[in-house]
Write a protein that binds this ligand. Structure first.
Ligand code: BES
Ligand code: MN
Ligand code: ZN
Length: 491
């Protein structure tokens, strides 16, 4: 997609779809009045009739019938806010992209009236269009892909393009496909996305310009004593993999480790889930997918940071050889964990990766995992939970999320709840009591991070959309990719 900037008014723009952000209850601003005059009052009549107020999430499409150089006008409700927030730009652009698809528009022009830094708003608009352009149609026999948006023009009388705006636009275009990579991996059926497939895709998407992928098979995993991954894999007929993605720039100031949960299907194991709960459990590698997606774009972002991604991956199935409730795992850092519920498997495989990564003393580690239903109960489907042992790191991650349009909310690592994961036979057990399940899961992970700065994102809620939105069709959302990239851009 080409992004252009123009210093001109709406009445002069020749395009397929002219997009005008409208503030709630102020829909008759000067631009709209001017356009309405050109349209012989047709626009104001439509606004009245349809009762369009500019409320957030609403829009009004109007054909110009040749009275303007643009073929269609789209008013997009921006809500009441005195200031248009960054995420409102992203959402408005996504809505415009959806309307463009419906009318077959290949060129969009948007009245660009940011109130903050124009370059961050440029990035948000481009992101919104790219996010909304995603489709997953490969398993539909009658799919009609929406026409691609070839060009986006941002315009306003007096708009001055800057190098920073140009850079923000091209960076957003370069980073966008990282989200597609993650969404695709989640959306593939679980019998396609096996551990081996995930590793192959990591290799395919992450290579060149400082990126390398190393994949450990079962033998190497045994030799390296990744006991949690082996324990969870025991129920499977598929071999596990341990995926390592390395980004090594010539001059690195810092070392960051990213660890993603890669459960390619979570049946619960012998502690079997009910059928309904299993329907979406192909999502359980979304953390790993987000790391593959984010890291695949590092050659474009080019941070001066060494980044290592670790993705332990297997499915979690019951069988005659599956691990049993009551089994004990001995980890490479010496800790022992009693497995009382085989459905609390994510923490078992993340523990290996954390223990292994912590030995390398990185500046920080971030885990991404669809870890607990309890986190969804607490925060719903839009917000990820964040935990951490170092507040500046947690703050940094939350800020990155805010800029990226991904909502994060901190939950506490309550020391007192460590009692809940004490075992009668081993050092700890893999489940706590009935309450605070997201916290006890995070507390178990903390046993393996040592004294390294660590942040943990429980993305069980936002990793998967249960229904279509303008920015994302039902399915994998790619949540985390943009937060990680924002974080790495400024760490
Ligand atoms: N993958 C699930 C968590 C999950 C649930 C993600 C719903 C997305 C949507 C995880 O492995 C799991 O099963 N967690 C259990 C833990 C429990 C057994 C302590 C849970 O949340 O019920
Ligand atoms: Mn589970
Ligand atoms: Zn799981």
């Amino acid at each position: 997609m080409e992004v252009k900037f123009r210093d001109t008014g709406a009445e002069r723009i020749k395009t397929d779809l002219l997009v005008l952000p409208a503030m709630e209850n102020r829909v008759e601003d000067s631009t709209l009045r001017l356009l309405d005059r050109r349209l012989g009052g047709g626009l104001s009549r439509r606004i009245k009739k349809s009762r369009f107020t500019g409320a957030e999430g609403t829009s009004l499409l109007h054909a110009t019938g040749g009275a303007l150089p643009a073929a269609y006008l789209l008013l997009v409700g921006m809500g009441k806010g005195e200031e248009i927030e960054l995420d409102s730009w992203r959402k408005a652009a996504a809505r415009a992209r959806k309307e463009a698809g419906a009318i077959g528009a290949e060129e969009i022009a948007l009245h660009f009236i940011p109130n903050g830094e124009p370059e961050t708003a440029v990035g948000a608009v481009v992101e919104g269009i790219l996010l909304a352009s995603y489709q997953f149609n490969k398993y539909r026999s009658n799919s009609k892909p929406a026409a691609p948006v070839r060009a986006l023009t941002l315009f306003r009388p007096g708009l001055r393009r800057s190098a920073a705006m140009e850079r923000a636009a091209s960076l957003a275009v370069d980073l966008g496909p990282g989200v597609y990579v993650a969404r695709d991996l989640v959306n593939e059926p679980p019998s396609v996305t096996t551990a081996r497939f995930l590793a192959e895709q990591a290799g395919r998407t992450c290579r060149g310009r400082g990126l390398r992928v190393e994949v450990w098979g079962k033998k190497k995993i045994q030799a390296m004593n990744l006991a949690g991954l082996l324990a969870v894999n025991r129920g499977s007929t598929e071999e596990p993999r341990f995926i390592i993605i390395r980004y090594q720039p010539p001059r690195a100031r810092k070392k960051v480790v990213l660890i993603g949960k890669g459960i390619t299907f979570d049946s619960g194991g012998l502690s079997l889930k009910p059928a309904k709960s299993m329907e979406t459990m192909k999502l359980d590698m979304a953390g790993g997918a987000a790391i593959i997606g984010a890291m695949s774009r590092l050659p474009y972002l080019r941070p001066e940071i060494e980044v290592t991604g670790y993705i332990p991956t297997t499915d979690n199935l019951p069988s005659g050889s599956a691990q049993k409730p009551g089994d004990i795992i001995r980890y490479l850092n010496g800790k022992t964990v009693e497995v009382l519920n085989t459905d609390a498997e994510g923490r078992l495989i993340l523990a290996d990766a954390l223990a292994y990564a912590a030995k390398q003393k990185p500046d920080c580690m971030i885990t991404l995992a669809t870890l607990t239903g309890a986190c969804m109960v607490a925060l719903g489907t839009e917000v990820a939970g964040v935990f951490g042992n170092h507040q500046p790191l947690v703050d940094d991650v939350i800020r990155s999320g805010r800029e990226a349009g991904e909502k994060l909310w901190q939950l506490p690592l309550v020391k007192e709840y460590r009692e809940e994961i004490k075992s009668s036979v081993a050092d700890i057990k893999n489940v706590g009591g009935s309450y605070g399940g997201a916290i006890t899961a995070a507390l178990m992970l903390q046993e393996f991070v040592g004294d390294v700065s660590w942040a943990h994102l429980d993305i069980a809620g936002p990793a998967f959309a249960e229904k279509d939105t303008p920015g994302c069709p039902k399915g994998g959302t790619g949540f985390g990719v943009r937060t990680l990239l924002k974080f790495l851009a400024s760490y």
